[in-house]
Design a protein around this ligand. Structure first.
Ligand SMILES: [Ca+2]
Ligand SMILES: [Ca+2]
Ligand SMILES: [Ca+2]
Length: 297
């Protein structure tokens, strides 16, 4: 009976890894809602995003170089889980994460082209936190939804990240979390952060928003390792936006209830398309206003 014996370890491993999500999915089905979003399980959050909306305001297109494979920037889900001394963030994308630029050669984390900023509003208090997007994202948040922490998932190693943060976002340093561990497995990007530094386990009432970006190893002086979106796509430039810094440099976000419903794509397009298009030197209020998602609200 070699075959069943061989199968047992992999089944066990798989089950243990997906148990919280599985339990939650079963619960959601039983209630008839089909909704998998929410933080109803203490210390666990699950948000979903539709497929095929990795196009910003609906018009963005990928750079032309072959490393930017279709669906590489198509966010599908975020899970946040209390792991004791740490909190783990799991960001699932639309295709297997690859490492075409051999990140180990530059002290990186095992992947190359993706980057994500996971924003968290831990108090939902007007005026508490930051409303500006990180340099190079060209978005803003509402005063009542100001973000208190942001977890950066980047292929860049901690030394490079620290120097970029110091040079370009020093005023947000206390809010920016560079994970203890950043890695990729299959289609999922994983970040492990200190629970103490985060301010505790995920709490009911916390809000989340993820900005999907692309790691740019040679960013503009003002950009925190972000890849630009221009009017026309290039070898290493997204297209479909603007050559000025008024368009969101964001490929995918959560929208609506973040349950993965198809109409959330249209909502995202409206959100990311709501920037002032006829300005070349935008003021903060000219930028697209990105919402926080409050799973327990
Ligand atoms: Ca998506
Ligand atoms: Ca806040
Ligand atoms: Ca989306």
């Amino acid at each position: 009976m070699p075959a069943p014996l061989l199968k047992i370890p992999s089944i066990t491993r798989f089950s243990r890894r997906v148990t919280p999500a599985l339990l939650f999915a079963v619960g959601a089905c039983a209630s008839g809602g089909g909704a998998t979003g929410g933080g109803a399980q203490p210390g666990f959050v699950s948000l979903q995003d539709p497929s095929g909306d990795d196009n910003g305001d609906g018009k963005y297109v990928y750079p032309t170089d072959q490393v930017y494979k279709p669906s590489s920037f198509d966010m599908r889900s975020l899970e946040v889980e209390d792991k004791g001394a740490t909190v783990e963030f799991r960001l699932k994308m639309g295709r297997r994460i690859e490492d075409p630029w051999d990140s180990k050669a530059w002290g990186g984390n095992g992947f190359s082209v993706q980057m994500a900023f996971i924003h968290i509003d831990t108090d939902h208090k007007p005026g508490s936190g930051a409303t500006v997007g990180l340099p190079g994202t060209n978005v803003r948040f509402a005063d009542a939804e100001a973000w208190d922490k942001v977890v950066i998932i980047s292929p860049q190693g901690p030394t490079r990240l620290a120097s970029e943060i110091e040079a370009k976002a020093a005023e947000h340093k206390a809010r920016i979390m560079v994970p203890q561990i950043t890695r990729a497995t299959g289609r999922t990007l994983i970040a492990v952060v200190s629970k103490a530094e985060l301010g505790g386990a995920p709490q009911p009432g916390w809000g989340y928003q993820v900005l999907i970006q692309s790691n740019e190893g040679f960013p503009a002086k003002t950009d925190l390792l972000t890849r630009k979106v221009n009017e026309f796509e290039g070898q290493h430039r997204f297209g479909g936006g603007s050559d000025y810094d008024n368009d969101p440099h964001v490929i995918d976000i959560f929208a609506g209830g973040a349950k993965g419903a198809a109409d959330e794509a249209a909502t995202q397009h409206k959100i990311l398309g709501s920037y002032k298009k006829d300005v070349t030197e935008p003021k903060p209020e000219d930028l697209a206003l990105v919402p926080m998602i409050y799973p327990d609200a």
